[in-house]
Design a protein around this ligand. Sequence first.
Ligand SMILES: C[S@@+](CC[C@H](N)C(=O)[O-])C[C@H]1O[C@@H](n2cnc3c(N)ncnc32)[C@H](O)[C@@H]1O
Length: 278
Amino acid sequence: MATKPHILHRESFPRSNSYDPEWIMDHQMGPNPLWLAEWLWGVLDLKPGMRVLDLGCGTALTSMFFAKEFDVQVWATDLWVHPDENWRRIDEQGLGDRVFPVRAEAHALPFAAGFFDAVISVDAYQYFGTDRLYLGYISRFLKGLGKIGIVVPGLMQSFDGAVPEHLLQPQANGVAFWEDECRSFLTTGEWRRLWERSGRISLQGADEMPDGWKLWRDFEAALEQSGKNRFPSVAEALDWDQGRYLGFVRLVGIRENMDDFLNLYDPGVISTLDKMAE
Ligand SMILES: C[S@@+](CC[C@H](N)C(=O)[O-])C[C@H]1O[C@@H](n2cnc3c(N)ncnc32)[C@H](O)[C@@H]1O
């Protein structure tokens, strides 16, 4: 008798389907990172052996996914999750020759300029990338014509001022969807404008995940059901919303402008300027 597919099985994510859903849920830090990574992969054109920076990788699930699926080398870089912890996970999966855990803050990355073929970021870029100067900074780590691709939770339409009532309303578990950090959620148009004015990256595409809210809701519901949720579930609020405001935004761009420029996040910037003036 055929076994029933897991509730997280989705025809649209064949690669993610081959991973143990319990393992994904055990290590999640939010919406299913493999679904988001698989969606992102579609616009990246990665080739075996490429060097990839996974920025804000969390528990490194996306780093391992990219290394395994596309035979790339990934620098799994994160702030909150300790690299010792990520190394254990990476080693367990036999990916120690391709995934390298690094602890770093997104404005102080310990990498050489031009080192990466691609920068990816899944459900993390919203924490630091809404600063208009940030895309210029991160682009310095890309080779010429290297790609940056991100997926972030975002707004499907903007609202002026007041947050929609249903996003502030406490769910049955007592928790409302909207937290202070949600102020970093932007619409596709807002992200597009931010990237178009960077002067360093040529935007190739900006779009919304079809039925992203449903996938987000379904993953939250599965976590709730399994008791594996790390944070209070937001499934009910996503259901109230029905994708009117909440979903996922994807952006991809290519590094075009190779001019050197000042790293304004470098505490040594003044001495660099002084030396240039000498
Ligand atoms: C919601 S988690 C998502 C993790 C992972 N990408 C995933 O999808 O499971 C956001 C991650 O962004 C990282 N992050 C937030 N602010 C950061 C910063 N300033 N520099 C580097 N990483 C940051 C955190 O360490 C955290 O692991």
